[in-house]
Design a protein around this ligand. Sequence first.
Ligand code: 9MR
Length: 364
Amino acid sequence: MKKIILCFLIFGLFSANSLNPSLGMKEVFRDDFRIGTAVNLAQVTGREKGGDSLLSLHFNSLTPENGLKWALVQPQEGRFDFAFGDAFVQKGQEIQAFLVGHTLVWHQQTPKWVFEDLEGKPASAELLRSRMEQHIQEVVGRFQGKIHAWDVVNEAFEDNGTWRQTPWRRILGPDYIEMAFRKAHEVDPKAKLLYNDYNVWKPEKLEAILAMIRTLQSKGVKIHGVGMQGHYRLDTPSIDQIENAILKIHELGLEVHFTELDIDVLPRPTDQEGADLSLNFAQSPEWNPFPQGLPKDMEEKLVRRYVELFQLFRNHADKIERVTFWGLSDQTSWLNNWPVRGRTNYPLLFDRSKNLKPGFMDKF
Ligand code: 9MR
């Protein structure tokens, strides 16, 4: 009997994953949720060295990091550029990935002309609405049946739960959210439609998002999920705070998608969390302490944090559809440039040489 118990213990120590290092993340979590990553042009066209094999081994979902944002897709009125989108879809089909379109209605990377009339004055509500609907018609229509989910509206709330005063909100009022979701559903009734934001775990922001969802639901507007971006730090938010948001979103019958996961390991000249792109601080060695490599104890802390997060995600696999990392490796992470430009950051599970950081896979 003792021998049998010993055998089980030894077997437990060597989980299937540590015995088989060629197993990708998508296999490890196959029964739980999809594993995604954000991709750029070099990656979808196969020009990034080592990118293709990483994509096909580990990921079964892709999101464009920038390539489908308004400024790139419709830089001038009526001039659509789908070069990125087409390459993205092709790469996604090659690796049979669940494809996410990011993003239709946002206040960033949207050209000025969208919000102005031909004389440069603020656009009327009628004009802005027709531009929004036209954009959704063209973009969602182009990829109908190929892109499976859309971040329809991105970042509509401030952290304190008030509406973000974007030109969309100023000109169209709060109904702009409903307009966007209705139009997206009309153009591709099969696509999953998401509301996407950072710091969703913050109580006031979470309440505002839930209230918006209830309003949409009461009007019969289709919304399928909330994208919790997941731009986290080593010590914050707590696992409980994230869990609370997962539960509350699920209570409303919506799917949870972790859409932009990364963990900033560098010190920050502000206590602000999340991903407010208007933050921009001057460079100094103080804010860039590890240009030559992350100390081992910090890397272990980072990996432990990822392990805790994925344990939480796995506990709620019935509520979570997808976990997407915001970038393929530390080399291309946006966190090398935010909120201070030109730093060396280490926020992902794949290091600058595209190797998985040790200590993660053998926990699952
Ligand atoms: O990672 C993206 C970065 O390359 C862009 O310069 C930036 C501005 O468009 O957007 C970054 O991605 C953001 C995403 O689109 C929405 N949530 C926050 C992300 C990080 O800022």
